[in-house]
Design a protein. Structure first.
Length: 105
């Protein structure tokens, strides 16, 4: 898996991955989760988004095995930027995310 800074050409795919990841929660929590309405283009321009690729498809579509590598990358990038905390965007009704949060410690 290769992780690189996102580029403007990635914005459409990023928006699609975010949409698919969070759309399942709209009915459950009664609103659109915040990441769905983020300005992904602006975040890419500011260097805040990275893309994971595995040579076959976006790694955002991979199963859990890829998550560990992504978490390690996120922790190292945050540490390098002087950020002391990496948080998973979640809501109390996003039980799948809460389960991840507990197992990542």
């Amino acid at each position: 898996m290769r992780i690189r800074a996102a580029e403007p050409d990635d914005v459409e795919a990023i928006a699609d991955i975010v949409e698919r990841a969070y759309c399942v929660y709209i009915e459950r929590i009664g609103l659109r989760p915040g990441p769905m309405d983020d300005d992904h283009g602006e975040q890419v321009r500011r260097g805040l988004v990275h893309v994971a690729e595995d040579g076959r498809r976006d790694a955002g579509e991979e199963d859990g095995a890829q998550i560990v590598g992504l978490l390690v990358f996120a922790e190292e990038a945050a540490r390098g930027a002087g950020i002391g905390t990496v948080a998973l965007y979640t809501h109390e009704k996003m039980t799948e995310n809460l389960a991840l949060r507990g197992s990542a410690r």
